[in-house]
Ligand binder design. Structure first.
Ligand code: ADP
Ligand code: MG
Ligand code: ZN
Length: 486
């Protein structure tokens, strides 16, 4: 941001709930079925069909609310939000709108020190989270001048999370969104697939002069279906608004769409053209009531939350924030790490392997950790061998790890069979170092004369003489001692 200006951002996130059936009918809630295969009179909006609320969706809303330390309303209401669109067969959407089951929660994220003026976490408030149903999907690009409507998604349960305007940079917005994503996936209430639209975000953005108390007029940016787009779209939109303000022009309240191909936001409709949805209470559904016992049961069923886990790992294993967050982004990955850290006895070593070789392998093969061929207990032996300095890291990575991927069962066996054990024996290393020093009198003299940079060359020679099996730390230590003697 330009000095003198401040960004104000509030996110509205739509979380598609991973329930077995849809929100108000028994149709299966699934992605990718043949068009209109998952429909019935209720979600098609046929006259006389009656909605019945999905209890699983309610319990998922409770877990999210409790994880965000929010209030759970003992009684909330469903409304009809009326508008016309081909993918909305009933002519209205059933939504809780403002009277939500979840209110006033919060999520702590690492603050953006560049705009906050200090390091440390900041608290982002959640205004509310309400239940509603999704609409179907229109396809305008399957055929020229014909539109298709697929109603498989009509009636799929959504939880809309309305965040307070507490975010102060695109970076914070993306950190907040990632933390929410980790959370809903860890709670098992959402599959988190952003490309399929299971986790969608609209961003409200405004800019104010730092001396102003009031917020500026806000622009809503729609359709941000990746973390990268969120950052790019917000940075672009903040720039656009700042330039207008510098020119003394007004920022219009409007809805803009992110055009990823052009890398810019584009006007869609102004607030003046906003529709009147003529909300009224849904007559076919009773009020939604939640008893204290249901709240307590949901609280007791909460798993360890990603932010707690990140904190615990940082304390126990000395991990960096970025490392811990990367390990926690996906529950299966986190579980693998947890086992690897425990069985190898090294949280740091396990983290380095997970974020290094393991991630590289998953990326190369385009698979998730669920399909990774090596069990954590098996990889743990390799990690432990490196940590104990029985095996050089390079050898572990280039020879033993591929053998494990190829199906060999134990790191120890591979190391013994190939004779890869690291040489830690002081006498052996000393003899090799002495040999290499004797063979390189020129460089040795130069180093002693102050040309320290040549030391790397000698280390290389020594490691080569040891066929890559020497402990590099020991080599350096002995080399320094011998060079110091003249
Ligand atoms: P609406 O009903 O029009 O959607 P809300 O009060 O529900 O309005 O707010 C929607 C979102 O806009 C919230 O996420 C909120 O944090 C955000 N918001 C409100 N005012 C501003 C502002 N001036 N700048 C940026 N975001 C804002
Ligand atoms: Mg809104
Ligand atoms: Zn249905």
């Amino acid at each position: 941001m330009k000095p003198g200006y401040e960004a104000v951002i509030g996110l509205e996130v739509h979380v598609q709930l991973r329930t077995r059936s849809k929100m108000f009918c028994a149709c299966r809630n699934a992605y990718g079925a043949p068009p209109n295969a998952l429909t019935c009179p209720v979600c098609l909006g046929l006259p006389g069909a009656l909605p019945v609320l999905n209890a699983q969706a309610v319990s998922m809303a409770l877990s999210l609310g409790l994880a965000l330390e929010a209030k759970i309303r003992p009684q909330s209401t469903f409304y009809r939000k009326q508008y016309f669109y081909p993918d909305l067969p009933k002519g209205y959407q059933i939504t809780q709108g403002p009277v939500a089951i979840v209110e006033e929660g919060h999520l702590d994220i690492p603050g953006d020190a560049r705009v906050r003026g200090k390091e440390g976490p900041v608290r982002i408030r959640l205004e509310r989270a309400h239940l509603e149903e999704d609409a179907g999907k229109s396809h305008h690009d399957l055929e020229v001048s014909v539109s298709h409507v697929d109603l498989n998604r009509a009636g799929v349960p959504l939880l809309e999370l309305v965040g307070a305007p507490d975010l102060r940079s695109a970076q914070e917005a993306s950190d907040y969104l990632k933390a929410l994503h980790r959370l809903v996936v860890a709670l098992g209430i959402c599959d988190g697939n952003m490309e399929e639209g299971s986790f969608r975000c609209d961003a409200n953005v405004s800019v104010r002069r730092t001396e102003d108390a009031a917020f500026g007029p806000r622009v809503e940016v729609k359709n941000l279906n990746s973390f990268r787009f969120v950052r790019q779209a917000l940075d672009h939109e903040l720039d656009r608004q700042t330039v207008l303000m510098e020119r003394g022009e007004l920022v219009r309240m409007e809805t803009r769409g992110w055009d990823a191909a052009r890398g810019e936001t584009r006007g869609q409709r102004t607030k003046e053209a906003a529709m009147d949805y003529r909300y009224f209470p849904e007559p076919d559904l009773p009020p939604l009531t939640v008893s204290p016992a249901e709240v307590e049961a949901a609280r007791a069923a909460l798993p360890e939350l990603p932010e707690q886990r990140i904190h615990r790992w940082r304390e126990a294993h000395g991990l960096g924030l970025d490392e811990a967050q990367a390990l926690a982004q996906n529950p299966a990955f986190a579980a693998y790490y947890e086992t690897l850290a425990r069985t190898s006895g090294s949280g740091r070593g396990a983290a380095a392997w997970m974020l290094g070789e393991v991630s590289r392998t998953l990326n190369d093969r385009g698979i998730g950790i669920e399909a990774f061929p090596v069990a954590p207990e098996v990889l743990a032996e390799l990690v432990a061998l490196v940590e104990a300095r029985t095996l050089a890291f390079g050898t572990a990575k280039d020879q033993v790890f591929p053998a494990l991927l190829g199906g060999e069962e134990r790191a120890e066996t591979i190391v013994t069979r190939l004779g890869l054990r690291q040489v830690n024996d002081r006498g052996t290393v000393e003899a090799l170092v002495t040999q290499v020093l004797a063979a390189n009198p020129g460089p040795v003299a130069q180093i002693r004369g102050g040309k320290e940079s040549l030391k790397g060359f000698l280390v290389g020679q020594i490691l080569k003489a040891g066929q890559g099996r020497l402990d590099a730390r020991l080599v350096n230590e002995i080399l320094d001692t011998l060079l110091a003697k003249s």
